[in-house]
Design a protein around this ligand. Structure first.
Ligand code: 0X9
Ligand code: ZN
Length: 747
């Protein structure tokens, strides 16, 4: 049986692959149902709106005849087109070979090191490297500039499609110091060029035989996947074959191929705003959707407008990709749907391999079209920047939504072209106009609302097709609102606290010191309490600058829960530690993970390593309370003894070690609380290490209840907030939030 299958396999292989392929033309295609043509025998590739050219196997020709299709044969055997070139490559042809492309990219990079970055972005089945050349000022840095991708040679036989990307590189690099416009483009864009995506296919088609796909063996004797059917959007839905021998074989799964994976990963990383994938031939500019002609892309207007703009330079006809035949799994549909890239395919030239003498002029006009797109995408780039509003305790309002509009890149915008819409508790949307603050800055004001209100809002833009950001935002007017200060040096331990507050249904904001810098005390004052976590940082837990704002905050009546296994170890010898945290450091590393105590007359006991908590608590500090602080958490061993464990450390018995270090003062423990001018809970361990969810919830709930500011604190906070008014004029929003908080608490 096996043998028979093998023989049949061989037969099919020769029938579909080795048999002669002809290029034929079908006119008035609309009178046929193009989708009926079985993709296995054909590669429907070249087309204009008036006619379509197809590469057909002999079996394909027979099928057309049998089914009443009328066609003319353009090229009897497609090999004829390529044979003249095969011998030429050794002498040097206008068309690049793989090695020539690689050498050229390297020398471009060597000659223009300050504005290029050369990267191997992938490797093929046969082990060839896929290169990308990035052109931009500061090329090693991912700057906040529109990124554009130019790709060549998805299809092996479409040699001209590598020439345009190389010509683009040449134009930009050589023009950089000559042409101001080019210099500006290079400086303000990130231009990625992948001139040759399918080097295995190219080598085969240049030196062996006509070819379209890559060269990975399919395991049934046939070779290659059509890279332009292998992308992961609507993969295999239409216009692609699942027969491995077919020229439009979709592959065993979406992104099964190294080449398509390479583009996928690059695109996810670089977030291209626009792209062109070059193919041949047809003199067309295609844009999504490719998989269907029944639907327009959501950005149809801008896509067709850009295509029209490009066609002014190359004279090609802009149409929706699926216009003549739908095919799923191409690069454009994936880039557009998954990366919001305005993706184009340009079908170059009017023959498969334009005569070498025509290459320069094809490059010329297409480089112009490419630069036009490069220029235009600036106008689509960040239209609006906007920081979503936090939940707030401010019932007075207004809630100011600030936006920064990038007019430089969006010359068509005016103040009338954007509006804010908001609704209260799922009611109907109201609109608010923006007011001008400065040339770029605008504000829309949502009026104050009652406690426990939910506000949804979005910003609508006219004159731009792409929406500014993700769209809908919401915030709540809440009675209590906590601030998590994420000070764990870039780690994610704050997520444990965050998850707990979510479970408890408390409102909170996260402030990330690494990203946002040290917060102002005035910001801290806007919250019911501050939860400051330093994770397992051991050397920069609380910096001098942070101490300063924390002192200010505490002096003004703030409430603070501060936690980290090494705060004591790090800063115990300074005044902030003893005077404000009310703590004395006994030793590093309790070596015990059982903790118990009592807060607000509730008994507490929990463990801090393992379980679902962070397992970062290897050295929790032993601390004790001074200056009015109260020790409320102890480390205990199983026998209930304080600070004693049975294992040994460095030859010393731990029990003795901890015991020795703890004597002479109060008992060593794990946490301190203080009630005075301010309220404080200071933990010598990281709260994120609490072993179970219910224990971290229980502990946080009690702590935050404890930290709730009393009347005395509120009086003090109010004074500080009015002083802040002068200091924070530049941040009226924060000020209003603070004032609102005090007023609303007085009710
Ligand atoms: O079929 C392709 O992959 C591209 N044409 S080519 O002749 N170079 O093979 C066109 C892709 C655009 N997509 C659709 N027309 N659906
Ligand atoms: Zn192609």
């Amino acid at each position: 049986m096996r043998k028979i299958l093998f023989i049949i396999g061989i037969f099919i292989f020769f029938y579909l692959n080795a048999s002669q392929k002809s290029i034929i033309i079908l006119r008035n295609l609309s009178k046929y149902n193009i989708l009926k043509i079985p993709v296995d025998y054909f590669t429907i590739t070249k087309y204009t709106p008036e006619y379509t050219t197809i590469i057909a196997t002999e079996k394909g020709l027979k099928w057309l005849k049998d089914n009443g299709f009328k066609y003319e044969v353009l090229v009897h055997d497609i090999e004829e087109l390529y044979i003249p070139y095969r011998t030429k490559f050794s002498e040097g042809s206008r068309y690049h070979t793989y090695n020539e492309v690689v050498n050229e990219l390297k020398s471009y990079h060597n000659n223009y090191p300050n504005i290029t970055h050369l990267e191997v972005i992938g490797t093929t089945y046969e082990g060839r490297k896929i290169y990308a050349l990035k052109i931009s000022d500061n090329p090693e840095v991912n700057e906040d500039e529109p990124a554009v991708l130019y790709m060549g040679l998805h299809h092996a036989r479409e040699w001209i499609s590598t020439e345009i990307p190389i010509a683009i590189i040449d134009k930009l690099l050589k023009g950089y110091n000559q042409d101001n416009e080019i210099k500006k483009l290079v400086n303000n864009r990130e231009i990625w060029v992948v001139p040759l995506l399918n080097p295995d296919g190219l080598e085969y088609s240049q030196f062996t035989a006509d070819w379209r796909k890559n060269r990975k063996p399919n395991g049934d004797g046939t070779f290659g996947v059509d890279l332009n059917r292998n992308y992961g959007y609507k993969w295999g839905l239409v216009g692609a074959s699942n027969y491995p021998g077919s020229g439009t074989y979709m592959g065993p799964s979406a992104f099964s191929e190294l080449e398509t994976k390479t583009i996928r990963d690059l695109a996810i990383r670089e977030k291209f705003i626009a792209s062109i994938s070059y193919h041949s031939y047809g003199q067309l500019i295609l844009y999504p959707w490719s998989y269907t002609s029944n639907k327009k892309a959501p950005d149809y207007e801008i896509l067709s407008d850009l295509a029209k703009g490009m066609s002014a330079f190359n004279g090609y006809k802009p149409i929706q990709s699926a216009g003549l035949y739908p095919a799923a799994g191409d690069s454009d549909d994936w880039l557009y749907s998954k990366c919001s890239t305005l993706s184009f395919t340009i079908e170059l030239g009017s023959t498969f391999v334009p005569p070498e003498g025509e290459v320069d002029s094809i490059c010329d006009k297409n480089v112009k079209a490419a630069l036009y797109l490069l220029k235009r995408v600036g106008n689509l780039w960040p239209v609006i920047k906007h920081k979503p509003l936090y939940s707030t305790v401010n019932t007075i309002g207004p809630y100011n939504v600030y936006v920064d509009i990038d007019f430089k890149h969006n010359p068509d915008l005016s103040i009338g072209s954007f509006k804010l819409f908001y609704r209260i508790n799922n009611g109907v949307y109201n609109s608010v106009d923006f007011e001008k603050i400065s040339d770029e800055r605008f504000v829309a004001k949502i009026p104050g609302q009652e406690f426990d209100t939910r506000i949804d809002y979005y910003i609508l833009l006219n004159n731009t097709i792409r929406s500014p950001e993700k769209g809908f935002y919401s915030f709540n007017i809440v009675r209590e609102n906590y601030l998590i200060v994420d000070d764990d040096k870039g780690k994610n331990y704050e997520t444990y606290v965050e998850a707990s507050l979510k479970r408890l249904n408390y409102a909170y904001q996260i402030y990330n010191i690494e990203k946002q810098g040290v917060p102002d005390a005035s910001l801290l004052r806007a919250f019911t309490a501050v939860i400051w976590i330093t994770g397992d940082d051991s050397t920069t837990t609380i910096t001098k600058e942070e101490e300063k704002i924390l002192k200010d905050y505490l002096e003004s009546g703030g409430s603070l829960l501060i936690s980290g296994q090494d705060i004591g170890y790090d800063i115990h010898s300074n005044e902030f530690y003893s005077k404000y945290l009310k703590a004395k450091y006994l030793n590093d590393n309790s070596r015990i993970s059982n903790i118990e105590g009592e807060l607000l007359s509730k008994k507490l006991n929990f463990r801090i390593t393992g379980g679902v908590g962070a397992s970062n608590q290897r050295y929790p500090d032993v601390i004790t309370a001074i200056n009015g602080g109260k020790l409320f958490l102890r480390y205990v061993n199983k026998r209930g003894e304080n600070g004693i464990t049975a294992s040994s450390y460095n030859g010393e018995k731990i029990s003795e070690l901890n015991f020795k270090r703890s004597v002479g003062t109060d008992n060593g423990g794990a946490g301190i609380y203080f009630i005075g001018k301010y309220k404080l809970i200071y933990l010598g361990f990281g709260i994120e290490g609490i072993k179970t969810k219910d224990k971290i919830d229980e502990f946080l709930k009690l702590s935050l209840e404890f930290l709730e500011p009393d009347k005395r604190q509120l009086e003090m906070l109010k004074k500080a907030i009015f002083k802040d008014k002068a200091i924070i004029k530049r941040d009226i929003e924060t000020y209003k939030m603070l004032v609102g908080r005090i007023y609303s608490m007085e009710e």
